[in-house]
Write a protein that binds this ligand. Structure first.
Ligand code: ASP
Length: 335
């Protein structure tokens, strides 16, 4: 973090010295899920924890990009931190299935190579995003599910844990509340929250990458797979257009092929990133009855973060020093 601050200060300093508006060398955008996230129902302590988690993830990814690292490395490092943070619905602290187990989904895509990798329903991989990256980088396939996905990750030397590693008291309480609603009148807002994590990045070489990781939806039927591991639905990256990571009610994101649709509107419909992202969330998704949001980034460093829910945990940082963390409000672009 200290290291990162130094890098950012020197970037700002050199652009001031040259008297130029600094060129956008890199950009990193993250989300920590969208849903019924209302300020009136958020304690200051929890808000501080969410903000700290987003800041830590942002710093990790931006440090890699500022040092000339690849977008893929920044996305992976950023999401790994969020998977380890129990505030978010990914990795440890993921929501649980109706059997009380954690079944995790993740995907990765490189805008440069158009290669992609994903895992669905993994139960023992500490960092599903790294498993998705390994599928992309070192397999001839794009997607592994269930036991075969866990085994693939183990063979690649990724850290393997017991399924109980992912459980937290909060998630167990939320599941109990859902299974016995009459005993838990006050838990409704929590249950409506999503919390998937995602990251899109633009590196100094002008390449884009995207990744998404989630536990899915609380009380999902075991075996259910959401949009997060489906390339084109929850994640998409293409250097010709943009990098996208989604969060929300996965079934709607799959049916509407949300992430790819943003790219397609840019490529075939000549829409700007903001126009494409807004259209997909506020028209297509909303009209089909779906809820959620997305983060999107193009090669010029433009960012769009639309959502149609009360809030979406979201943050960005640019090499020119612009940065921000937002949770509530302004659903049109989230900036
Ligand atoms: N999209 C995820 C799913 O449906 C959930 C989320 O984003 O919170 O599995």
């Amino acid at each position: 973090m200290k290291n990162f601050r130094l890098i950012m200060m020197s970037l700002l300093f050199s652009s001031c010295l040259s008297g130029q508006v600094s060129k956008l060398d890199f950009v990193l955008v993250i989300h920590g899920g969208a849903g019924a996230i209302k300020q009136s129902e958020m304690s200051p302590e929890n808000e501080a924890l969410y903000r700290a988690g987003l800041q830590e993830a942002l710093d990790a990814g931006a440090t890699i990009l500022a040092g000339g690292g690849q977008a893929e490395d920044a996305v992976e490092a950023t999401i790994r931190l969020m998977e380890d943070n129990p505030m978010f619905n990914a990795g440890r602290g993921a929501v649980l299935t109706n059997r009380g187990t954690a079944e995790l989904d993740a995907s990765f895509m490189s805008g440069k190579s158009n290669k992609a990798g994903s895992v669905a329903g993994v139960k023992t991989v500490r960092h599903p995003i790294s498993a998705a990256r390994r599928v992309m980088d070192s397999s001839v396939h794009v997607m592994f599910a269930g036991e075969g996905a866990d085994q693939f990750a183990a063979e690649k030397g990724l850290e393997i844990v017991e399924n109980s590693f992912f459980y937290t008291e909060t998630r167990l309480q939320q599941l109990r509340a859902l299974l016995n609603p009459e005993e838990n009148e006050n838990t409704e807002p929590l249950l409506k929250k999503h919390g998937t994590v995602g990251c899109v990045a633009l590196d100094k070489s002008g390449n884009l990458a995207a990744g998404t990781s989630t536990g899915g939806m609380m009380n999902k039927r075991y075996g259910r797979v959401g949009d997060a591991p489906i390339i084109g639905a929850g994640t998409y990256a293409n250097n010709r257009t943009c990098a996208v990571s989604c969060t929300g009610h996965g079934e709607y994101f799959i049916r509407n092929v949300i992430a790819y649709d943003v790219s397609a509107l840019m490529e075939y419909g000549q829409k700007t990133l903001q126009e494409a992202a807004d259209y997909v969330i506020h028209h297509k998704l909303s009209q089909s009855g779906g809820t959620g949001g997305l983060i999107a980034l193009d090669r010029e460093g433009n960012i769009a973060m639309p959502f149609n829910t009360d809030g979406m945990f979201r943050a960005f940082i640019k090499s020119n020093g612009e940065t921000g963390i937002e949770i509530y409000g302004n659903p049109t672009d989230g900036k």
